[in-house]
Design a protein around this ligand. Structure first.
Ligand code: FEO
Length: 404
């Protein structure tokens, strides 16, 4: 395994994680994820962001460092842009190997070092504008970028190579294999990583979109020639592409979603599905693109990504024991937690002996700022009259999306 040079003095190390574990204990990563760290070598050596002991990440890191002739003991500074344990979980072991390491983070980051890892020495808190001179022209400058993703987060800047070490920001799910740079992947691979960057954004960063916009504004004056996140592709050919993509994602729940519809449905015996098919005919007649997700069969991670980006949402569910179909209640809870605001939403569904989904649903969506189209419910199997109404509801939603 080898390190990947960004310049003569700046290198990317990355651990590819292939696991059936869930990211953050919630989100599936069937195509893996990368944990990127970076080495900046002056007279002294800094390591930017670490790994957790996940699959064999520390061994991958060690082997890539060895390709530069560096051991863990040679590192003078550990820069922690963010304390979430995917980037710090191995810190205790690292500190045993290199007890003299100086750990640098924001003041809030240093507090988290103490609470997560119980260290109290060789800790340095930095703020925006502070610099660390490594010698030989290598100077690291720090920018506090709170809430991208946690409140303690910062980014690190190295001017000579024009590299921005952005940690979670501008990251993606998806392992990288033996390539890391944007110019090393073909168009098909980029399509995959783009989808995975949206899923990562919606799952991990989406609640903090306003802070993404603030962070990008703060970095406006930098002549960025390489965006080096701690998950996913390193952008050296088109560094602003991923920044612009993130800014676009940040507007998806704030007025500029894609003119698409995310359909989320669950059905016990097929009656809600028959009604949904009529809605889909209406959407198709208006020519609006749509994605479709059945719950609980499909993981909410993917539902969230499409709901997040789309202007319109269809929620099709039966009443289940006087309330919402439980997997749909979970989806709505996740949409709420992840701030999937400002959508045009159509709810439909069947009921057996009595309704009830409506009451729970209306209470659940209270602060989501959704525009609700007139819903339609029916007992048992839908009649021809129901199907006509449902098809028209699909058309209405599609027209509302097109009109945005
Ligand atoms: Fe990659 Fe918020 O940690």
């Amino acid at each position: 395994m080898k390190a990947y040079p960004i310049s003569d003095s700046v290198f990317c190390l990355h651990a590819d994680i292939q696991t059936s574990d869930l990211f953050e204990g919630i989100w599936p990563i069937p195509q893996g994820v990368s944990l990127n760290s970076y080495v900046v070598r002056g007279d002294k050596i800094a390591l930017i962001d670490l790994v957790r002991d996940w699959t064999d990440a520390p061994k991958q890191l060690e082997a890539e460092l060895a390709s530069l002739g560096i051991t863990f003991k040679d590192i003078s500074y550990l820069i922690l842009n963010h304390l979430e344990p995917d980037h710090t979980g191995w810190l205790g072991e690292f500190k045993k190997i290199n007890p003299d390491i100086e750990i640098i983070s924001t003041a809030k980051g240093i507090e988290l070092v103490k609470t997560f890892y119980h260290f109290s020495e060789n800790l340095r808190a930095v703020k925006t504008g502070d610099k660390l001179d490594l010698g030989r022209g290598m100077v690291l400058e720090f920018y506090e970028t709170p809430n991208v993703h946690w409140p303690e987060t910062m980014m690190t800047w190295e001017a000579q190579s024009g590299t921005l070490f952005s940690c979670d920001a501008f990251g993606s799910f998806g392992a990288l294999g033996d390539r890391v740079f944007d110019d090393q992947f073909n168009a098909e691979e980029h399509t995959f990583y783009e989808k995975e960057s949206l899923r990562y954004y919606a799952n991990i960063v989406g609640s903090f979109s306003i802070f993404v916009e603030r962070a990008v504004k703060k970095l406006e004056g930098l002549n960025i020639r390489c965006v080096a996140p701690s998950h996913g592709i390193v952008w050296r050919k088109e560094p602003l592409k991923i920044v612009e993509r993130y800014l676009k994602y940040a507007t998806y729940t704030n007025g500029k979603p894609e003119k698409e519809i995310a359909i989320v449905w669950g059905s016990m015996y097929g009656n809600t599905k028959v009604g949904l098919d009529a809605v889909i005919r209406g959407i198709q007649a208006e020519g609006v693109p749509y994605s479709i997700h059945r719950v609980p069969n499909e993981d909410v991670s993917y539902v969230l990504a499409d709901a997040y980006k789309s202007a319109g949402i269809v929620l099709a569910m039966p009443t289940y024991e006087y309330a919402m179909f439980p997997p749909m209640a979970y989806v709505i809870d996740i949409l709420k937690r992840k701030h999937v605001y400002n959508k045009q939403v159509l709810r439909i569904g069947s009921w057996g002996w009595v309704g009830g989904a409506k009451k729970e649903y209306e209470a659940a969506i209270g602060d989501l700022k959704w525009t609700s189209l007139e819903s339609h419910e029916w007992p048992g199997a839908p009649t021809e009259s129901d199907l006509k109404i449902l098809e028209e509801r699909g058309r209405s939603l599609a027209r509302a999306v097109k009109a945005l």
